[in-house]
Write a protein that binds this ligand. Structure first.
Ligand code: PGA
Length: 259
């Protein structure tokens, strides 16, 4: 059984004080959190990582931290960049790589994403690789093909074990728009991703990475997504900015998975 995983991607939002308030709200809601049969990860902006790690260190809250982006080198003359080692140092176990906003606004290619994944793995970080098709690609029925290419080129020669990865399927047209695919349509893509990872292994029943859905996931729709067999969790943007709604999503998602 794959442990359900819920990731809050705060994007470029919040201050250090607001991040602390958020964690305090989660703590109030889940004093019983240790031992929870799911994984919670928050990806705040870089400036909040170390203070959040300090806050979490003093408490039994099981919340992991992720970077939203990373450079592929350990160190060097790369003004404005943050290295995988620095993310580890600031308390991260995970890092989001290849988010569609990075691909669209910052020109990240599959080749660059491949380098970033390599850098993350070398530093012992678990990549959360984001993939997804645009509306045009979907209309042209190229979804499966596009996603497979994104994963194949991001991987290239890398063959990490299943627990070294999280994949997030995020249709570009669903991010921040309030639009979503039908859960059964998302499931079809997740299934294809899982089959692709199985095909890389010789064993038929090989373990595969957890595959999360992302794109306008909310309290209203999370249960329906989580009821699908190959949807192991959710990567939420807008709805994750409020502690209350992110916690509600997790409760509903876990319940749906237990059904
Ligand atoms: P959204 O963002 O939930 O606001 O659509 C998801 C994401 O970009 O990861």
């Amino acid at each position: 059984m794959r442990t359900p995983c819920f990731i809050a991607n705060w994007k470029m939002n919040k201050t250090i004080a607001e991040a602390r308030e958020y964690l305090q709200a989660v703590e109030k809601r889940w004093p019983q959190l240790p031992g929870a049969p799911w994984e919670t990860i928050v990806a705040p902006p870089f400036t909040m990582l170390a203070p959040m790690a300090d806050f979490l260190k003093e408490r039994p809250l099981q919340i992991g931290l992720a970077g939203q982006n990373v450079h592929f080198e350990e160190r060097g003359a790369y003004t404005g960049e943050v290295s995988p080692l620095m993310l580890r140092d600031a308390g991260c176990r995970h890092v989001i790589i290849g988010h569609s906003e990075r691909r669209t606004y910052f020109g990240e290619t599959n080749a660059l994403i491949h380098k970033k994944i390599g850098g993350a793995l070398r530093a012992g970080l678990i990549p959360i690789l984001c993939v997804g098709e645009t509306r045009e690609e979907r209309e042209e029925e190229k979804t499966g093909e596009v996603i497979e290419r994104q994963i194949r080129e991001a991987l290239d020669d890398l063959r990490p074990g299943p627990s070294d990865w999280i994949i997030a399927y995020e249709p570009v047209w669903a991010i921040g728009t309030g639009l979503t695919p039908q859960p059964s349509e998302a499931e079809e893509v997740h299934r294809r991703i899982r089959d692709f990872f199985r095909s890389l292994s010789k064993e038929e029943e090989a373990d595969t990475p957890r595959i999360l859905y992302g794109g306008s996931a909310t309290e209203k729709n999370i249960a329906a997504f989580m009821e699908e067999a190959d949807i192991d969790g959710v990567l939420a943007g807008g709805a994750s900015l409020f502690a209350e709604s992110f916690c509600n999503m997790i409760d509903l998602g876990v319940k749906a998975k237990e059904k």
